[in-house]
Ligand binder design. Structure first.
Ligand code: ADP
Ligand code: MG
Length: 454
């Protein structure tokens, strides 16, 4: 017995304990030995495609966890059918194969449900996405996923696509960023290559459009998207859309589109809490196929508490720490982690304080202009003398810095998201016909600009 067969039989022993006898017999009883070891993967042959999918979906992560437990090097299991082995074994460079993450439909194969760590902030979104992937076209159409940047919208959306493709390789899935859709509109529709455009989009079973807010102001592209949406929707083809805001807050997108977005189901993704962020880091350690498995607790907590609002940044920080310790061949401990992250934390501090100062400045410029105090500007007084400047200040912070409404609310005595949103909309509407207001805002903007340039 080679070491991989030995490992596999240990794992089988554990699986037998974990799962019911029936399940174990049904799924694993025919898989006594391994086929080969290559590139960090132990291959096990399975009789059918069905067995393979079943194992990949329900048991693979457990198997890999056990492999980690029993084997000192980081290896993973791969279940393949005989048919798949032939082309794979003739590959000139199997390493290249590992690097190749993209698959049909413009999907990134690493964005799977398996790799998505679930917590309170994304539980509902995750469950809904799973259901949609399981029964495309019939659970929620469209599925509209929104949330701030770096919180996993793209990951979740592509996980739906990957899952559907895993189930049925012939399914026509396409992931497209809204800006590529605009490009396709200009290079195909406007250049009368309608047949190419239609072949790409109208034959799809599943359309995933990322960052729909980018269509703002692009009226013609929106019209084309509207047509496409209706065609796919009428045929029960699944549509998934992501955005940085709820559909009813999208600006400069025609209302017949935004109302369409609301007919399905909207789910949001929030910022994960500390424990959840720690779990995400742990998961990334496994999926990055790094050799580090026992990272000290205090290192995990330090990274997770330093990067709060954006998982992409959290991931970047982790990679930086790993790379730093590896390059200098030093221990992965708290001290070295702090050292590795110092430049990131420093610049962030600087830009944060700059922003906070800028928000303060806008508040004091607006207060000066209307001759009220900053306390009254951000306070609770409901007199119109204070309300208008308050709304203007909120509006100006939004348009100058585009930070979330919630954050702006916190700068104005903890007002909530909807209050700030209403204030901004009110100013925007009044600006359409109130020349005096336009002039006032213009004057204030100039002051803000001149101070910012000092
Ligand atoms: P968004 O599209 O919302 O800006 P992404 O989907 O691009 O965010 O996510 C940014 C990074 O964070 C990706 O590398 C993604 O894999 C990772 N990520 C986000 N949420 C999770 C999660 N819950 N579990 C694991 N990784 C996550
Ligand atoms: Mg994204």
């Amino acid at each position: 017995m080679n070491i991989y067969d030995e490992l596999w039989s240990k794992i089988l022993g554990e699986l037998e304990n974990i799962f019911s006898e029936e399940t174990f017999q049904e799924v694993f009883s025919n898989l006594k030995s391994t086929h080969k070891y290559q590139n960090g993967h132990v291959y096990v042959l399975v009789p059918t495609e069905f067995d393979k999918n079943r194992i990949n979906k329900f048991y693979l992560s457990k198997i890999n966890d056990l492999a980690k437990k029993f084997h000192k090097e980081n290896i993973r299991f791969k279940f393949v059918t005989e048919a798949e082995l032939v082309p794979e074994e003739t590959l000139v460079s199997p390493e290249l194969n590992l690097e190749f993450k993209y698959r049909t439909g413009n999907l990134n194969a690493t964005y799977t449900f398996d790799n998505f760590v679930v917590g309170k902030s994304n539980l509902f979104a995750f469950r809904t996405a799973m259901k949609v992937a399981d029964q495309p076209g019939s659970v929620a159409n469209p599925l509209y996923i929104f949330g701030d940047v770096g919180l996993g919208k793209t990951h979740l959306m592509q996980a739906i696509g990957n899952y559907i493709l895993d189930q049925n390789i012939d399914s026509k899935v396409l992931y497209v960023k809204a800006d590529s859709f605009i490009d396709d509109y200009t290079s195909l529709v406007q250049k009368s290559k309608m047949d190419v455009f239609n072949a790409k989009y109208r034959e799809l079973d599943v359309l995933l459009v990322d960052d729909i807010q980018i269509l703002a102001g692009k009226t013609q592209t929106q019209m084309e998207f509207f047509k496409l949406f209706d065609i796919l929707y009428q045929q029960n083809k699944q549509i998934v859309i992501t955005s940085d805001k709820p559909a009813n807050e999208l600006k400069n997108i025609m209302s017949r589109l935004t109302t369409r977005f609301s007919v399905g189901l909207s789910v949001d993704i929030q910022v994960p809490d500390l424990e959840h962020r720690i779990e995400i880091i742990k998961k990334k350690l496994v999926t990055e196929s790094s050799n580090i498995t026992d990272i000290p607790k205090e290192v995990l907590s330090f990274i997770a508490s330093s990067f709060v609002t954006n998982i992409r940044e959290l991931e970047g920080a982790l990679k930086r720490v790993l790379f730093y310790c590896l390059t200098y061949n030093i221990d992965l401990n708290l001290e070295n982690t702090k050292e590795a992250l110092e430049p990131l934390l420093k610049t962030r501090k600087k830009s944060n304080s700059l922003n906070e100062n800028n928000f303060d400045r806008i508040q004091s410029i607006v207060s000066d202009f209307y001759q009220i105090t900053v306390d009254d500007l951000i306070g609770k007084k409901r007199n119109s003398k204070y309300i208008l400047p308050r709304h203007i200040a909120m509006y100006l912070i939004k348009i100058n810095y585009n930070i979330p409404y919630k954050t702006i609310g916190s700068l104005f005595g903890d007002r909530d998201h909807s209050t700030v949103l209403a204030a901004c909309e009110k100013i925007e509407n009044e600006l359409k016909h109130d020349k005096a207001l336009e002039l006032a805002i213009d004057t204030i903007q100039k002051k803000i600009a001149s101070i910012n340039h000092i």
